[in-house]
Design a protein. Sequence first.
Lengths: 342, 399, 372
Amino acid sequence: MTMKQAVCALFGIGLLAGPAVASEGETISAIKQRGELVCGTSTGTAIGLSTLDDTGKWSGLEVDYCRAVAASLLGDAAKVRFVPLEFKNAFAALQSGSVDLLARAATWTYTRDTELKFDWVGVYMYDGQGFLVKKDLGVAKLGELSGASICVSAGTTTELNLADYFRTHSLDYTPIVANNREQNLANLEAGRCDAYTNERGGLAASRLGLTQPDDYVILPEVISKEPLGPIVRQNDPQFRDVAAWTLHALVAAEEFGITQENVTALAESSQNPEIQRLLGKTGDFGAKLGLSNDWAVSVISAVGNYGEIFERHLGAGSPVKLDRGLNTLWTEGGLLYAPPIR
Amino acid sequence: MLTTAASLKDESRRTDGAGAVARRQARRRRAALLQQLLLLGALAAVGAVIVRNTVVNLQARGLASGFDFLWQEAGFNVGFTLIAADATSTYGRIFLVGLLNSLLVAAVAMVAATMLGFLIGLARVSQNIPARLLSKGYVELVRNLPLLLHLLLWQGVILRSLPTVKQAHELGGVAFLSNRGLYLAAPVGWSTASLVFLGGAGATLCIGLLLARRAHRRQELLPPAHAVGMILLAAAFIVITVASVDWDVPVLGSFDYRGGVKIMPELAALVAALTLYNAAFVAEIVRAGIQSVSPGQRQAATALGLSARLTMRLIIVPQAVRVMVPPMANQYAHLIKASALATVVGFPDLVNVFMGTALNQTGRAVEIVVMTAAVYLTLTASVGLVTGWYDRRMKLVER
Amino acid sequence: MSAGTLSGPSIPRRLARQTGSLLAVTIRHPFSLLVSLVLLYAAWIVGEGVVSWGIVHATFLAEDRSSCDPAGACWAFIVNRLPQFAFGFYPEQERWRALLVVLAPPSLMLLAVVPEFRGRRVIMVTGFGLYPFLAFMLLAGGLPGLPEVSTEKWGGLTLTMIVGMSAFVLSFPLAIVLALARTSGLPALRLVAAGFIEFWRGLPLVAILFMSVIMLPLFLPPDVEAPRLSLALAGITFYSASYLAEVVRGGLQGIGRGQYEAAGALGFGFWNMQGYVVMPQALRSVVPAIVNTAIALFKDTTYVMVVGLFDLLNIVVAGLSDAHWVGLAAEGYIFVGVIYWTICFGMSRMSARFEQRDKPNRPAENTLGMSR
């Protein structure tokens, strides 16, 4: 072989990459082709939302949502790969196509939705930003934190809200910006900062990771609305619909009283026409999404309804013991409201 | 150097007439030209495919592009800035803040690592056996551990072993040390008189340096009396300056010390890790440089009656430095790049604050990645240029 | 400087001479004696503390943090989590595969120190050359008898080993091509190679990893995909290849023109000449620098933490936030440190042996690629 041939061989590889054509439904076809959903999650320490245990198993509300999407799209809740991402890299990963879907406690905001060309397909957690402080600091309300050092995660809305709130209230603060929750908590415990700000749900869960959880308290003020939801890229409307209706199906299932346990029985026996349509007994609602007709059955039998998921990871049955608050059904005064299945 | 494949094949043939040689040379040139054109064409094609992919992908995702975001308000605060910046600053300013922070870390660590490395390197070749063993132990311990481990270690040490801010160590009433950082008194309110005194100190030192340089050029040393006199005079000026300005001494407020200058622990951990790690490599470069000077030089110097210290300073080190320049350049380039590890400890350097936070908020991934890459390529290239220039200068002196 | 040369007089004689010189020096320079005493005392204090904390008062077996002796190290944390630190999340019944992958490189390296035997070189070269491919196949599975294990489950020392070794082995051919191109007679080729090398050498590895793992899909056609591990590996390989290329170029510059002319006169083609005449000499002359690059690369694999891969360091750091074992950062970091130190120091000793064997009685040379 001559040098010339070697050079051609070396650089010729690049040409084989071929023409780049983006088509409608590229995300769905990519997922089906590789046979698994790639879901961006936290670095594995967001207790209740997405955690990674000693054996490499993921669990949490966001994780179960990803499993639900895999179940509806591929019929198997196990066909999902989780990619741990630091928040400041998360949007870049979704934009570039490294992940199909981001379920990473990301707040739905105007700019992110429009400028980053993302779509929030719904909200799986209505939350607000709060502050976790050490009790012996003697701080009872937020206004007393003027001059404090405040721990916050890089690239988040909480970082921006913090700046806004303290500026509009003429309060002074020093941001201690870390990349992840562990570092923030380590900083808080060591006294590197006086308060740690995050979504209140996240704070309640984070407290459990501290050595002395009872020494810390969450301040009463809520300084922002933090609707957390799954995000997809804007360019695949079909995938967006699948992701959205999977979330709706989880909420609707709770409303209709469909649970992980009774879903197969109800699919056979239910006389409620809406349940029949959701579970694929009547109509071709699966086909309208490009899915099998029993997609909702595989979703609910894999992860349960929204209420069960919340209960398992964040509610009274979990160590976090978070009040459902706004995250109850609209029928019970909450904000969860699935559009009609019709 | 190497010639092309075609030319070598040709050369291995026996030579005939002059015409044949000329023809063959022409053919060889044509072949070489063709090969290069092919190569450049292939590269251009690869480049075009990548650009096309990017454009198609950006369009498919409906992403905006352009550098207009640099004039938009960033909306977040940065914990450590060398120039004034707050939540109303633009992304362009955030870029500058990050760049300056990166440069600060690199510059401080570079100077500190060089000085410490020189000391350890000299200890490596010293006559003192414990010093030699300990410095060897240091080098072998430090350079065989990953830099990232050093960094995490220092971060942990600072965070966990220093007291909280309420129990901060007081250092002479003007400095306070806690795990929130080192607070130093800062000079404020410069009067004309104090500026004059400062100028006096600077002028004295400059004159001293000029005299020493002139003496050096004559292969002499500055008379010790003169040197001591100069230094004392400069010191006196500095003392007067210090006394004549107002000092902003940090005072403990309800949460934190206020006033003065604050050095944040993330910065300290980063600088400490970069310094201690790179010092081990600098020490090895210094040792190799000194050992590369032929023993005859030392013997000759001793024979001329120079003391051990003077031999080192006037004979060995100047010759060793020449050997040390190229590896030192590598080390400096490495140090500049390694400063990007700031992102791991949360110090707002360019990679952390611009390629991290700003990228996440704006989504202008391609622009930001290109800008960041351009900065580092420029920095490492300029290290090469500067050391190349220094290298040439040293070589000229040799003649 | 006689210290450091192993091929000098016997050890007792050397010791006696050094003790003698120590005495001589201390008598002549009292200040030096003082420095020695202070240094020795400091070393004693530190050493004593380390032994007391790390061995005498240490706890090796315990269920959680609270059952450890607070006066000493709590090595039980390491002992309990050892399988995870070694193999990451690799399924328990398949761990023998990961163990093979971890043990292969050190055993191949041991071959370099045992006495010469027939075929040693062949075994070592093929072993290292095929390692990336065999290790990937073994770990990924998907063959009969080897169930498939996703790369997301790889972690700990296994991941460190496979990333470090693969990046080094894969960067070698690339580095040789780059070095040849950079010294070639064709200006365009030289320019391209120089550009490639300076580009990858000029960027921080943190940024390279971010680009290759997170941003790369943006530069590729939509239907091309690769696991994160491969993307990270590609980034590290290019980075390492550009450093290695400069080392190889240093070796090439030491080859006299006569060698090329002689090979040409013997009728060697370009690749034969490189393979049989030039490269063997060029590479041999820069073995220490190559090993230095390998050591640097091995340490740099820790950077994959930045893109969320669980290598040895990252998995230990992640384990530190376990509620049962809080506050054991020192033990964790020391464990990681000991492993890295042993491997890196072992490699540098090996390179010193090569150096001694090849050119005895020459002072240590200032080698290219020392940095990092």
